[in-house]
Design a protein around this ligand. Sequence first.
Ligand code: 4G4
Length: 256
Amino acid sequence: MKFVFITLFPEMIRSASAWSILGRAAQEGLLTVDCVDPRDYATDRHRSVDDTTCGGGAGMVLKPQTFLAALDRARKLAPDALVAALTPVGEPLHQDRVCRLARSGRDLIFLCGHYEGFDERILEEADLRLSIGDFVLTGGELPALCIMDAVARFIPGVLGKQVSAEEDSFQDSLLEYPQYTRPVEYQGKTVPEILLSGDHAKIGQWRRKESLRATFRHRPELLRSMQWQKGDGKLFLAMEEEEKEKSRAAGKSQES
Ligand code: 4G4
């Protein structure tokens, strides 16, 4: 899969995609990362890529000429690509959208804005406007990198053989259960005994229950869209009872 970034800061993209799993995947040819810099398409003496906003006010906006010339070049590199603009007012990204982007079989061109954002005529060229969350950053490079990373995990061969992106947190709207490695005891804190029992049915139940607990504690709104499996009802009720008991005990200890 091809990822093309239209960015004034190509080194940000190149340096961030050279490491770890993405770096290896790029080396193996499972994905390619290209950058097109709008500044290379500037024609004036100052090689300017931005200008003041029409209508007045502080701040600069990315000019259409240089950015769209860069987009033309990107489309030559990836003719069938979807064009995604990163903007704080885009559709908030979720794992199901990530999964659909990966499955679409289309390459991706990312429009990374800076300064106060894009001239609207640049945005009109985008197929999608995406946001990675309700906060504002200085540029679209980090969100674009986040999206490439999330999508790349679905490309066959990018993750190791044993793990697959489909098995992760969010795939069925539940948070991941807690994980442990050796030592069995560390600074007085121990690994739950059941995980050392070798009883895979029991371990499976424990993990499911702890997934339900983590979701109940930290992201209860996700429980509405989770896919209930056989046995979940019983596990959920038992977990909820334990949680209530825990908060009763905490309340008592506060009284004294
Ligand atoms: C477009 C318009 C994305 C792009 C304005 C981009 C946060 C996100 C930008 C801007 C971004 C996000 C400079 C405000 C670049 N910030 N949440 N900044 N700004 O995905």
